[in-house]
Ligand binder design. Structure first.
Ligand code: SAH
Ligand code: SF4
Length: 394
């Protein structure tokens, strides 16, 4: 056999022994650079060229948004054929897209196995935020959250997580056009892991997906433009800073363990004190990289002045911002939204103690795209059939 190093590329590709991936072609989306390198080598890319090939393929997929190997024109024809024979560049399929009267877009997305997740794009004057999902449903059962009423079907793969960003870029027409001047304003300028699922229960896939999204050669969103929201999976919190480096949001929602046990049941495993200890130790914590405390405003449950004062005491010493989220109702929800006056009074107390306390404007309510309203349409349909049956006394 000729040496793979000395032989011309086309021949290397055709002569190197390669094992075809089991069960069809491998999807390249979501592989980290290291994984992509190993994968390309395993398919017959000569080791010596592997790094360069990774760079080229990476740029096509993540910079230009190209999915068809035939269009990767700086690669030799035979090499393109080898890629096409072994791999696909595949992202989840958009089943439906709804656009709210406020411009918010909600995509219902189908992933392998026929499962569905939702992705929400929220345009604002100075930014555009994409809210992505990390799991189908959620194993946790926060009592105010619609997603929590759906049984977990499975974790998303890294490819399915990156794919959500790619499909939104497709829809918004955000891939650069070859030869056209560079567009500096970004439609998707921020990503929040605040869709369906608990991202820290799918840590490795979320981490790998964010590595792809943050890579400077492709989608290139900086680590400070990504916020991961957790309900409080304490043992994974430090890793979030160390291995992803993104900003952190915590679904705090209550100021006593008694109430938090009810609202965010993971509190029974890691209570407020344990959570706050982990946050105080969050690596890299500073005033410019504050932790966001999310606090859903539920009438008569967690919205008293005493709650506001207790909250200030609890978070003392932690660089923090408190996002107040007016509760978004969903069919059958056991809570009501606090009144506007109550929310403003609560916000003022926190603000006067020196913390930013923005009240989040609900977005996309008319299409059930607001925080905590997400739930796969199929599940919703199943639920409403059950509800109809119950009403009919069946
Ligand atoms: N599982 C993660 C991320 C997804 S939820 C987490 O819980 O942090 C994103 C945010 O929306 C969380 O702060 C969550 O508590 C909040 N949320 C859930 N249901 C809500 C609802 N019905 N109204 C307002 N906010 C809600
Ligand atoms: Fe899961 Fe977050 Fe909803 Fe709780 S609030 S059920 S952790 S998605």
């Amino acid at each position: 056999m000729t040496s793979p190093i000395a032989a011309p590329i086309t021949q290397d590709v055709l002569t190197l022994p390669r094992k075809l991936p089991e069960g069809g072609r491998t999807n390249l989306v979501g592989l980290t650079r290291d994984q992509l390198l190993t994968t390309l080598v395993a398919a017959g890319t000569p080791e010596r060229q592997a790094k360069m090939r990774v760079g080229q393929v990476w740029q096509w997929i993540y910079h230009w948004g190209v999915r068809d190997f035939a269009l990767m024109t700086n690669l030799a024809k035979d090499y393109r054929a080898l890629l096409a024979e072994n791999f696909v560049v595949e992202i989840p399929e958009v089943v439906s897209r709804q656009i709210s009267s406020d411009g918010t877009r909600k995509y219902l997305v189908r992933i392998a196995g026929g499962h569905e997740v939702e992705v929400v794009y929220i345009p604002e004057t100075d930014r555009g935020t994409l809210c992505i999902s990390s799991q189908v449903g959620c194993t946790l059962t926060c009592s105010f959250c619609h997603t929590g009423t759906q049984k977990l079907v499975r974790n998303l793969t890294a490819g399915e997580i990156v794919g959500q960003v790619m499909l939104a870029r497709d829809d918004l027409g955000e891939w650069p056009v070859q030869g056209a001047p560079k567009v500096e304003t970004r439609l998707i300028s921020n990503i929040v892991l605040m869709g369906m699922g608990e991202p820290l229960y799918n840590f490795e896939n979320v981490r790998d997906a964010m590595k792809v999204v943050m890579d400077g050669e492709g989608i290139a969103l900086g680590r400070r433009r990504i916020t991961l929201s957790t309900s409080g999976v304490v043992p994974e919190i430090a890793r979030t800073a160390q291995e992803i480096g993104c900003l952190l949001a915590v679904s705090f929602h209550a100021t006593t363990d008694e109430v938090r046990d009810q609202l965010v049941p993971i509190n029974k495993r890691w209570n407020i004190a344990a959570l706050l200890d982990a946050l105080r130790d969050y690596p890299g914590l500073s005033n410019s990289e504050r932790i966001t405390f999310e606090y859903v405003m539920l009438a008569g449950v967690n919205d008293s002045n005493e709650d506001a004062y207790r909250l200030i005491e609890l978070i003392k010493g932690i660089p923090a911002k408190i996002n107040l989220i007016p509760f978004n109702e969903w069919p059958g929800a056991p809570y009501k939204r606090s009144s506007g006056n109550r929310i403003h009074t609560f916000a003022d107390i926190i603000h006067n103690a020196g913390y930013a306390s923005p009240i989040r404007t609900p977005r996309g309510e008319d299409i059930m795209a607001a925080c905590g309203q997400l739930k796969s349409a199929t599940e919703r349909a199943r639920k409403s059939r059950a509800a109809i049956a119950a009403e009919a006394g069946l």
